[in-house]
Ligand binder design. Structure first.
Ligand code: FIX
Ligand code: ZN
Length: 418
């Protein structure tokens, strides 16, 4: 027999969960942030927050300025235009706008003044290393995983010159160009002496393998990752299919590393918007089923961009223990979908998934992304503990603590250690 839970009891459980989730440190397993050693790649501050591509896309909806004219503006002026358009001429209710305000608020700034020059002045007093420590402390994030492209010249310079790693940053090896534009990538690998041609014979395959070995070791990759378009199928006889089967998966097995697939990003739907111009489409989750069945010795980290794919992915994860579901990616990183998706995952998978990643591109964003997600995770967990309490099952604070750790990085770490 279940009993109904008194409102005071529900409130007490809610407060306890909120406190526990707030003090549980996060391992942010997918971001576009960089160790400060990467210099200009490490973005932070009010202007960077304002020119975030999520906000640029929203700004273009409200201004008549031609796209190209926006891109010729200096970053400062772009930021001013976003501020005027989305914060002054309208109420900043979208998730990305609200995020800027949560961030400023958590940094102790008075948002109601609507004073961009004063905000700029406040940020100008900081140096990157101190600001990093402040953000990590306020967001209660203990480690950040970067997204590292061995094909990006700006990044390669820092890796080549060597630097003392900040232990709070881990690395993930991002290989999109290898799989989505093989002929061009083959030319790059040829200039570096890894391959002789784009012909996918044994010599080329082992050359690509050497390339992955070098970079995996160089950056101490925690996993390999790729984002793929909605139309992607696997297995397939194209270069992407063959490279995954013959190179990427054996490489991951040898190094004991998961392969992360981010599925459903439709690139450059409106190229004039540049980084803000990508869209979403439903992916074929048969791909994930095929990978999990055919490669039981590989581990797969998967997130999907389309809301419509979320349920099928969850059910797949119930079938395959070599599949770990993570995060509410990009267009799904909005409160009502985070709540929906997190609730569904808890109900279908228990605690064996990673509830969220920030995808932050600007350091300060970890403040809002985690604050907003923690609120929702707490709410959903509270409902679950209240439902359990109705059966007579009391969840002890230490058990709640253990559960929060699982969702915020613990389950991911265990999955990677397998
Ligand atoms: O492919 C990715 O890792 C995406 O997260 C990015 O490309 C995207 O631009 C983004 O910032 C989403 O949050
Ligand atoms: Zn990303």
């Amino acid at each position: 027999m279940t009993t109904s839970i008194a409102p005071e009891r529900r409130l007490a459980i809610g407060q306890q969960v909120e406190e526990i989730v707030a003090r549980t440190p996060v391992y942010d397993i997918h971001t576009h942030l960089f160790d400060p050693a990467f210099g200009e790649l490490c973005l932070w501050g009010i202007d960077e927050l304002l020119v975030y591509h999520y906000l640029v896309a929203e700004t273009f909806r409200q201004v008549r300025l031609p796209y190209e004219a926006f891109w010729t503006l200096e970053k400062r002026r772009q930021a001013e235009l976003v501020w005027e358009t989305l914060f002054l001429n309208s109420s900043p209710v979208s998730e990305a706008c609200r995020g800027v305000l949560t961030t400023l608020n958590l940094l102790g700034l008075e948002v109601k003044q609507r004073d961009l020059p004063a905000l700029r002045q406040w940020f100008s007093r900081w140096q990157a290393p101190d600001f990093l420590s402040r953000c990590l402390a306020v967001a209660n994030v203990e480690a950040i995983c970067m997204t590292n492209s061995p094909f990006d010249p700006a990044e390669r310079r820092t890796w080549a010159s060597g630097f003392a790693r900040d232990e709070r940053f881990t690395a993930a090896l991002r290989i999109d160009p290898l799989l989505v534009s093989w002929p061009e990538t083959a030319r790059t690998l040829a200039t570096e002496g890894y391959v002789e041609s784009a012909e996918l014979g044994e010599m080329t395959l082992s050359g690509v393998r050497r390339f992955l070995d070098t970079w995996t070791k160089r950056i101490q990759a925690q996993y390999l990752m790729v984002s793929l378009p909605p139309a992607f199928v696997f297995p397939n006889d194209g270069a992407d299919g063959r490279l995954i089967e013959r190179v990427v998966l054996p490489h991951c097995r040898d190094h004991g590393l998961p392969f992360a697939l981010m599925l459903g990003a439709k690139r450059a739907v409106n190229p004039a918007l540049r980084l803000a111009g990508d869209g979403v489409g439903q992916c074929h989750l048969q791909v994930v089923e095929n990978l999990c069945v055919q490669f039981p010795d590989n581990q797969f980290l998967v997130t999907v961009l389309s809301r419509e794919n979320q349920h099928e992915l969850c059910v797949l994860a119930r079938k395959f223990r070599n599949l770990h579901v993570f995060g509410c990616w990009w267009f799904t990183n909005i409160p009502h979908l985070i709540e929906d998706i997190t609730r569904m995952r808890l109900e279908l998978l228990g605690l064996s998934f990673t509830a969220q990643h920030s995808d932050a591109r600007v350091l300060d964003q970890i403040l809002y992304k985690w604050q907003h997600s923690r609120q929702i995770i707490s709410r959903v967990l509270t409902d679950k503990y209240v439902d359990l309490a109705a059966t007579g099952w009391e969840t002890a604070p230490a058990e709640m603590q253990r559960d929060a750790r699982e969702l915020l990085g613990g389950a991911f770490r265990r999955f990677c250690r397998r």
